[in-house]
Design a protein around this ligand. Structure first.
Ligand code: TTP
Ligand code: MG
Ligand code: MG
Length: 421
């Protein structure tokens, strides 16, 4: 539901909210940023608000958004469940020659270890690094636990991954009195109920809330109040912005753009000339503007599975065997989610990390495992024989039927909407 009122205001934002409500003292801002990679989660913001202007951003400034993110999630769970790991550098991932870290404890980060780093590199940086295999079932169960806590405060919860979510708490359903207080209560409950720490960011839009939750990690809180967003992003290196990956950051560096402030100095014509369709987004991001709504019950876009192979393979029969296993895993997930989708995509990653995808779409949802399997194998036939061996095989079902309803519009009077930060 993207409808907006003619004035450009957004649903759920009552005009005339009390902007003069008292703001608590600003939280101290930590001086250093974690250089942890968020590449997996980087996403370009929705462009459906491209016609935004300062007036709407001001109206949007009245929303109260919390971003909660668990600290060193998988690694903290391992430390929780195995007390001898506490206080030690711990990595979660495979420690074989092809292993990568899903994450590592803050003790390991002191040595420079990071998510998505090859395990061999991490071991070089930190020889005493202790490896543990991921236990996804445990992480998923904790993820459900924290989601229940979030839902206690607002129905507007948008999970981004197992360990984090956006919450729109503009309507103070429990009468707690301030968004910061809600964030603190949530962090305290997470600690009490899971034994783990989470960090939270409180602000008036999603991007700022997410940047804020990262600011005082671990076990921290940061509030960015109306009027502070532009200054906050001005000091950030551009690679911290959603949608700007390592290559984008390089391109910007070549143009003399290193920080949010540098980006803000460029006018929209310059940005259009160099960044095309991303220009409007960049223009807004440099000003701390983000009009995306918190979308509860975000519909899943695809379901699938992929496997990195122990050895690179190129023979058709070996690939078929791997594909057979992936088909079985994916179909089980499809059935469990009761998902119906029309598009099947085969993804291969070559030895040199170049990718190859083949997709087929039907006019109706894929009806059975047999049909899913046949399409998967047909797609593989299309790419055989391979020019070079592959290291990863994946299969997904997408173009899913949307059966999850949009979040109901909140009904709340101006009194509720005026929740202070
Ligand atoms: P993050 O929240 O990005 O990281 P984190 O919780 O480990 O650490 P931080 O304190 O900085 O938030 O990711 C959550 C979990 O997702 C992480 O514990 C492991 C998993 N993950 C991966 O599997 N691969 C990745 O590249 C990243 C970034 C995370
Ligand atoms: Mg986290
Ligand atoms: Mg996270």
């Amino acid at each position: 539901m993207n409808s907006r009122s003619p004035s450009g205001g957004r649903e759920g934002v009552e005009p005339g909210l009390d902007m003069a409500a008292p703001w608590p003292q600003p939280a101290p801002l930590a001086s250093a940023f974690s250089s942890q990679s968020y590449s997996r989660y980087r996403q370009v913001m929705a462009q459906d608000d491209a016609d935004s202007d300062d007036q709407t951003s001001e109206a949007n400034g009245l929303r109260k958004i919390i971003h909660v993110d668990m600290d060193a999630f998988y690694a903290s769970v391992e430390q929780r469940d195995e007390p001898e790991l506490r206080g030690k550098p711990v990595a979660v991932g495979g420690d074989g020659p092809r292993g990568v870290l899903t994450t590592c404890s803050y003790e390991a980060r002191k040595f420079g270890c990071r998510s998505a780093m090859p395990s061999v590199t991490a071991k070089r940086l930190c020889p005493q690094l202790i490896f543990r295999r991921p236990r996804f079932a445990v992480y998923t169960a904790i993820s459900r636990q924290i989601r229940e806590i979030f839902l206690d405060y607002t129905p507007l919860v948008e999970p981004l991954s197992l360990d984090e979510a956006f919450l729109d708490v503009t309507d103070d359903l429990k009468g707690i009195g301030s968004a910061t207080r809600i964030a603190e209560l949530i962090r305290a409950r997470i600690k009490a109920e899971t034994g783990l720490t989470a960090s939270a960011g409180v602000s008036y839009n999603k991007s700022l809330a997410k940047l804020a939750s990262d600011r005082n990690k671990p076990d921290g809180l940061c509030v960015i109040r109306p009027g502070e967003g532009a200054q906050f992003v001005a000091g950030l290196p551009v690679r911290r912005f959603f949608g700007i990956g390592p290559r984008g950051a390089e391109k910007m560096a070549a143009l003399g753009i290193e920080s949010g402030a540098d980006l803000r100095d460029k006018d929209i014509h310059f940005l259009r000339q160099h960044f095309g369709s991303q220009a409007d987004y960049l223009y807004r991001a440099a000003r701390g503007i983000d009009l995306r709504r918190v979308k509860a019950n975000r519909a899943r876009k695809s379901l699938g599975a992929e496997r990195t192979l122990d050895k690179d393979i190129s023979s058709g029969s070996a690939l078929r065997e791997v594909l057979e296993r992936i088909i079985a895993i994916t179909w089980e997930r499809i059935e469990k989610a009761e998902a119906k989708g029309r598009t099947v995509t085969l993804k291969l990653k070559h030895k040199d990390f170049t990718g190859l995808t083949r997709a087929r779409s039907l006019a109706r949802p894929v009806a059975s495992l047999a049909e899913f399997s046949k399409i998967g194998h047909d797609l593989l036939d299309e790419v055989l024989p391979l020019a070079q061996p592959v290291r990863l095989v994946g299969l997904t079902l997408s173009a899913l039927e949307e059966d999850e309803p949009e979040a109901p519009a909140l009904v709340g009077g101006a009194a509720q909407g005026s929740l202070p930060f």
